[in-house]
Write a protein that binds this ligand. Structure first.
Ligand code: ADP
Ligand code: MG
Ligand code: MG
Length: 893
């Protein structure tokens, strides 16, 4: 805690770039204030203050005085004091972290109301009902979030009050009813919290501030941060904002809006409005909202002003913004704005639209989208033509095609998904307590709420399919079922399909078809006019921006012509990894078996002789598919026993045969070989270059097949660019031996065919020792390909197949990794070896070609790293190629 540190900023002091310090809400409230927009005055307590509080358990000593000074200034400006009996200043105490965490943390409205000031407020507003409504809201919110009282108790009391009065909506309760309700609420607080609801306004405010700090470490907030990969140590800011009232009668109200449709990206009037309501009524779906467009007929002046402000905000932020506003007796107030979350499709459309509007340039457009979104757009969709019964339609809140068993509560969603079931979480509406169920579900379906409802906002944020507000479906969570308009019932466990792009809900499983974006990459779709094509056109343009800028080339991991051709259509500039072990499976397995079992030269030669033409044919096909582009062929890599039968099965078979006195010579030999080759740690055993060195003729057969295939292609006027890659090299000596043999074979093929062959020979860098001695290894290698999967395993000393299921979850939960190092490259450890090997390798051989062929080659964050360390290319699976191209472009932009 630094003495001169400033912990409180007036809204006039901040700006949008201070999100670290003021949180997103605070920074943007300040920005709007300084833009001259109508923001109720207030101040922000910094995330630094929160951090001090969370670390030490108490607020910074200077905080109280600073808050007092800012409160006094606010009171001066407003001409009234917090909670003043005859004319109270009321404030909201609002959480607001750097990254938006919708509904995850706490906000308390109407702070400053008490038994004394509620009458003053009634008199000032000339509306007794309003004052008591505000007071009951305060006790309810304060009771729940600050004093930890179960919120249902208040809800039940409210329901009772409505029932007693025989009305259905809260606005039908009159002042007298609300007064009684306040009494009831206070009793609930007293019994449940063991204290009276605090009457001192400053005490209310201080307790609320503390509660907001504490809410940073609430279970919901923690879960959300893990899910969204938001660091746990950022803390939240607290905004103290003077209240404006949307619950002052029909000429008041509150709403939320987007400057564009967050689902399609189209410009227009999108949002929801609720008359005579306060704060969270809109999002919570308490009463039915009206479309924002209707505000024009309710209050034209405010509507026009709002449209004007939305335009100002879009031009200022140069992006889609979402906003919260309140109208108090015909006066518009802005309560929040931020650059809004959007669907993946909308992100691409908006980025190109903004380029067309001249608001951003191409490089900026690339920053507005990302590879994860592109990957999402490549997911399959429902087949529109499938004959599956449509049972309803709601609002297309978050796109995707989700199929699963209907569940009606979060607990079941989590339980069933843990046991491997796909589920669709169906609720009337969701609230933050449903978060873990939403994470577990394939998709979310609600019968109430609009595009801005909790379900919609959170699902979009998670990239999860969501249909909301499917009103004709009557959801009965207590009986775990929903009823369709015709009386038909969908029970828990029935399969439903929901389409987040159309809002359609189906009973049963709808088959899926490829997404238009994949159709486009496949070359089967071109820009046109309908809805899907608009997206395709945007993707097409963004990919062009990326391709123009990127320095990294993108290759594919592919072992056959079909994959290679697809990869080419997707933009691959070669094959970075052709795994030859895949070519030894199926019926060829027996030949490998024979090779392994051979105990003299002829037998071995025979086996190799059989394999050679098959391999050659594989390579001819591959070189033809990738004509003119490099193809890196990795010689056989996996431990030999992978080609042999399972040891237990075989032992049983042999034992049974012995018992039957049915002697099988071959099985016996096989069993001996399996025993001989059995390894405790096969990943660290006889594999890669070690195989090549101990099984005579294996690698030379493969090299011959490659060379002959290349010669064949050249004779056919093709342009093969084969690169031979040796796996699992740890020292330059290994490579030198293999290299010498390979060169001899290549020279032989050259002589035999009379074709001039240019074959590059290089190695994988996938052992720490190889990375550490990269300078020496480069003497014998024309290229390096970083095998970051094995490198990660060997640097960390854990085997991927074992650890991901055993302790990774615990590690992720404890924050040891933010993300699995097999998913995103561990920059500090594995990455630093890569960086050093790049330098050392290039120092030895300046024209050394450098690439990566591990899973990381298609991971967005890792692609940025590989760009930064100066690799020439990344290689990834064909479907990740567009993602890698995009991210390589973003890295260079
Ligand atoms: P969240 O982060 O969950 O959106 P907010 O702090 O934005 O929480 O507040 C919750 C609701 O209360 C929002 O609808 C907001 O617009 C409303 N609200 C917050 N402060 C005020 C205020 N000073 N006057 C009127 N309404 C407010
Ligand atoms: Mg808000
Ligand atoms: Mg490997």
């Amino acid at each position: 805690e630094n003495k001169d540190q400033k912990f409180v900023y007036d809204f006039t002091e901040g700006n949008k770039d201070l999100k670290d310090l003021l949180g997103g809400k605070g920074a943007n409230l300040a920005e709007m204030t300084n833009l001259g927009l109508p923001v109720p005055p207030g101040f922000t307590i910094t995330t630094e203050a929160c951090k001090v509080y969370l670390d030490s358990g108490h607020e910074p000593t200077a905080l109280r005085d600073e808050v007092s000074a800012h409160l006094e200034a606010l009171e001066g400006r407003m001409g009234k004091k917090l909670g003043q009996a005859d004319d109270p200043l009321l404030v909201s105490v609002r959480s607001g972290a750097k990254f938006s965490m919708p509904g995850m943390m706490d906000t308390v409205l109407n702070i400053g109301l008490s038994d004394a000031s509620v009458t003053g407020l009634a008199q000032q507003a000339g509306d007794e009902r309003f004052a008591w409504d505000s007071y009951r809201r305060l006790i309810q919110m304060f009771g729940k979030t600050v004093l930890g009282v179960d919120g249902d108790l208040f809800e039940e009391a409210l329901e009772e009050a409505k029932e007693a009065k025989k009305v259905t909506v809260d606005t039908d309760l009159e002042a007298g009813d609300l007064k009684k309700l306040v009494k009831h609420f206070k009793k609930i607080v007293k019994t449940e919290a063991g204290r009276d609801f605090p009457q001192d306004p400053r005490e209310q405010m201080d307790l609320a501030i503390k509660a907001v700090f504490d809410s940073w470490n609430g279970d919901r907030a923690k879960l959300y941060r893990r899910q969204e990969r938001i660091p746990h140590d950022l803390g939240t800011a607290v905004n103290v904002c003077s209240m404006v009232f949307g619950n002052l009668g029909p000429d008041s109200g509150t709403g939320v809006a987007f400057t564009r449709d967050p689902a399609s990206g189209h410009q227009g009037v999108y949002g929801d409005y609720l008359q005579n309501a306060q704060g969270e009524d809109v999002v919570a779906g308490i009463r039915n909202t009206v479309a924002l467009a209707e505000l024009e007929s309710i209050d034209k002046k405010s509507y026009d002003q709002l449209m004007q402000i939305m335009e100002t905000l879009e031009n200022h932020y140069k992006d889609l913004c979402d906003i919260e506003f309140t109208i108090e007796r015909g006066k518009l107030w802005m309560l929040q704005t931020r650059v809004g979350k959007r669907t993946a499709g909308a992100a691409f459309r908006i980025a190109t639209q903004l380029v067309d509007q001249g608001l951003i340039d191409e490089a900026e457009a690339l920053q507005r989208v990302n590879g994860a979104q592109l990957a999402q757009l490549m997911f399959p969709r429902f087949d529109e033509k499938a004959a599956v019964e449509q049972i309803g339609r709601g609002i297309a809140a978050s796109p995707g095609a989700a199929v699963g068993k209907a569940v009606f509560d979060s607990y079941t969603a989590v339980k069933w998904s843990r046991s491997g079931e796909k589920v669709i979480l169906i609720r009337r509406e969701t609230n933050p307590d449903d978060l873990d169920g939403m994470i577990a579900a394939e998709g979310i379906l609600t019968s109430r709420g609009g595009k801005t409802s909790h379900a919609a906002v959170v699902a979009r944020g998670m990239g999860k399919t969501c249909v909301c507000g499917a009103e004709e479906l009557e959801v009965d969570t207590k009986r775990r079922r929903m009823t369709l308009p015709g009386g038909q019932v969908v029970e828990e466990g029935d399969v439903v399909s929901i389409d987040g792009s159309s809002g359609k809900v189906y009973l049963g499983e709808v088959p899926v078809v490829p997404s238009p974006v994949v159709e486009y990459f496949e070359g089967r779709m071109h820009a046109g006019a309908d809805d899907a094509d608009e997206l395709v056109a945007a993707v097409h343009r963004i990919m062009a921006y990326a391709d123009r800028r990127r320095r990294l080339r993108v290759r594919a991991n592919a072992d056959n012509a079909e994959d290679a051709l697809r990869a080419r259509r997707f933009g691959a500039q070669g094959i970075g990894l052709c795994r030859t072990e895949h070519m030894f499976l199926g019926e060829r397995r027996s030949m490998v078996e024979k090779l392994i079992l051979a105990d003299h030269e002829e037998e071995r030669a025979e086996a190799l002789e059989e394999l050679l033409p098959l391999q050659r044919a594989d390579f001819i096909e591959l070189f033809e598919a990738m004509d003119g582009l490099p193809v890196t062929v990795r010689l056989l890599d996996p431990p030999l026993h992978e080609f042999l039968p399972d040891i237990t099965e075989l032992s049983v078979r042999v034992a049974l045969a012995e018992a039957r006195k049915d002697h099988n010579e071959n099985d016996l030999r096989l069993l001996q070989a399996v025993h001989r080759l059995h390894e405790q740690n096969p990943m660290l055993g006889l594999r890669g270059v070690r195989l090549g060195l101990v099984i005579p003729g294996l690698f030379t057969m493969q090299v011959r097949a490659i060379a002959e295939a290349a010669a064949h292609r050249i004779e056919a006027k093709g342009d093969p660019r084969a690169e031979i890659m040796i796996p699992l090299v740890g020292t330059v000596q290994e490579l030198e031996i293999v290299r010498e043999e390979a060169e001899q074979v290549i020279a032989e093929v050259r002589r035999q065919t009379g074709v001039e062959l240019k074959l590059a020979l290089g190695t994988m860098i996938e052992l720490p020792r190889a990375a550490l001695t990269a300078g020496q290894i480069a003497e014998a290698a024309q290229f390096f390909s970083f095998g970051t999967n094995d490198l990660t395993q060997t640097v960390w000393g854990f085997s991927r197949d074992d650890v991901e299921a055993s302790f990774f979850t615990a590690y992720l939960e404890k924050g040891i990794f933010g993300v699995s190092p097999f998913e995103t490259i561990d920059k500090d450890g594995v990455g630093s070896l890569v960086r050093n090997a790049v330098e050392a390798g290039r120092a030895t051989r300046p024209d050394l070609k450098l690439g990566v062929c591990g899973e990381h080659g298609g991971d967005p964050e890792s692609v940025h790293f590989f760009h930064e360390v100066g690799l020439d290319y990344v290689s990834c699976s064909p479907f990740r190629i567009p993602v890698a191209r995009l991210e390589a472009g973003r890295a260079a932009a």
